[in-house]
Design a protein around this ligand. Structure first.
Ligand code: PM9
Length: 460
């Protein structure tokens, strides 16, 4: 049996969590239209909805909050954050934003025009939506291995370099204002991207005069995988790997709610002074002045410190080790998961978990609901609800290649005993998987429907 990882911290503050009964949970999910985003957090025992903004901050970060300088302009915390960003990412210009998607919005509304294209290994859903809302097209070009839940590959998040080259040739560089790469690839299972692949992606884009922006939310976890899995990078200090990663890019969008170990915040960083000028105009319009961007001074301080802590090697060994431990426990029970386990989450493979439910019956969402009823565990669907789209030519639904349930592990929050509990609940549901029924959508909004859609169980 796999040994759980040893925590490089001790616990100073605890937050009680409440357990409800199965009957109570049945009533709760029915009332919220079988969408777990609509459940009150007090009605959840273990919340694996997201690893975003859910980290436990360190005493150093909490101490930093007390040093928040709440001046409107030029607060000292902005300069601390600037120092951290220069040290880790190496970009000379940045603007804070209230979270990652705001950085995306500011960047895309500055650079994109209707009809443009933005290739990536795989865009996250907010990135995708923020591109499409500008009338542009988000294109995913991950390697084929990245779409096969059972294929073992050390860097399943890699960009398909050949397809990227062909895509640029066919589309024309004038219609591609930027390319992106998401590290780690969240929608593809939290899978890392190799340093070599990031370099090659930059080379291809730059050869055509196209800038590269990195979606850097989980860059520290990505750097750790590079150190562990890429032969040429073995044993290299993580800060050096991070510096080299971003040296191939012209900028990055960052949600500091992930590898910033903060509860809120983000930023957009870049090399170009001209772009910075334009971005500042947009930022002041929608987020706030250039030295706070929608955040309090204390938030900026928490991020400045969190960014540095997130690159600590002992922390990352524990962090990725805990996720791997949960994956291994589930595999001991024979539960089908996406392999290899990624950096921030274990993903259940709903197609293999519930082979009797076709994608039109929303198997991953059905599993999300059942895990809540069975054990008060909140997870999230990354499948048909989140990623299906309509073919504009035929009007037919195009189903995503991956039908997953993500168990995102908040950073430094849950114990290894709680990991065991999660594995046991999932295994119990797996044992009676044939009893699970599908769902249908009864209400959906135009964009990002998974956040607010409502569902109903299928009869029979
Ligand atoms: N990711 C996640 O749970 C939070 C939103 S959905 C519950 O995985 C990437 C790769 C992300 C991401 C957010 C964002 C947006 C951009 N890129 O949530 O706006 O995983 O700070 O970041 C979520 P913000």
């Amino acid at each position: 049996m796999i040994r759980p990882p040893i925590e490089p911290f001790r616990i100073k503050v605890v937050e009680p969590v409440r357990m409800t009964t199965e009957d109570e949970r049945r009533a709760i999910v029915a009332e919220v239209g079988y969408n777990l985003f609509r459940v009150r957090a007090r009605d959840i025992y273990i919340d694996l909805l997201t690893d975003s903004g859910t980290s436990a901050m360190s005493d150093w970060q909490w101490a930093g909050l007390m040093q928040g300088d709440e001046s409107y302009a030029g607060c000292r915390n902005f300069y601390h954050l600037e120092e951290a960003i220069k040290k880790i990412f190496g970009f000379p210009y940045f603007v804070p934003t209230h979270q990652g998607r705001a950085a995306e919005h500011v960047l895309f509304s500055t650079l994109l025009r209707p009809g443009d294209y933005v290739p990536s290994n795989m865009h996250f859903d907010t990135t995708h939506a923020n591109i499409e809302v500008q009338g542009a097209h988000a294109v995913d070009l991950v390697i084929p291995e990245g779409l096969d839940p059972q294929c073992e590959h050390p860097f399943k998040g890699n960009m398909d370099i050949g397809r990227l080259e062909n895509f640029i040739q066919e589309t024309g560089k004038e219609r591609i204002p930027l390319g992106m790469i998401t590290i780690t690839n969240n929608n593809g299972g939290g899978q890392p991207v190799s340093l070599q692949n990031i370099r090659q992606t930059g080379e291809v884009l730059h050869r055509h005069g196209i800038p590269l922006f990195i979606d850097a939310c989980r860059h520290a976890e990505n750097a750790y995988f590079i150190q562990q899995r890429e032969a040429a990078q073995s044993g290299r200090p993580l800060i050096e790997i991070a510096r080299e990663t971003f040296s191939y890019a012209d900028g990055c969008t960052m949600s500091a709610k992930k590898d910033g170990l903060a509860n809120i915040g983000g930023f957009l960083a870049m090399r170009s002074p001209e772009l910075y000028e334009r971005v500042c105009q947009r930022l002041i319009l929608v987020e706030g002045f250039t030295t706070y961007g929608g955040l309090a001074g204390r938030d900026l301080e928490a991020i400045a410190r969190g960014l540095q802590e997130a690159l600590d090697e002992r922390y990352l060994a524990y962090r990725t080790g805990q996720v791997r431990y949960l994956g291994a426990r589930l595999q001991e029970y024979g539960v089908p998961i996406l392999e290899p386990v990624g950096g921030h989450a274990v993903y259940l493979d709903a197609r293999r978990f519930l082979p009797h439910l076709p994608q039109s019956e929303l198997p991953a969402q059905s599993l999300v609901v059942e895990l809540y009823i069975a054990g008060s565990i909140r997870t999230v669907e990354i499948g048909t609800v989140m990623n299906a789209h309509e073919d504009p030519a035929t009007g037919e639904t195009v189903y995503p290649a991956l039908e997953l349930v993500r168990l995102a592990i908040p950073r430094r929050v849950y114990t290894n005993t709680q990991m065991d509990y999660i594995a046991e609940v999932v295994a119990q549901v797996y044992e009676r998987r044939e009893t699970l029924r599908g769902l249908r959508i009864v209400h959906e909004p135009e964009f990002l429907r998974h956040f607010t859609a409502r569902f109903a169980p299928l009869e029979g």
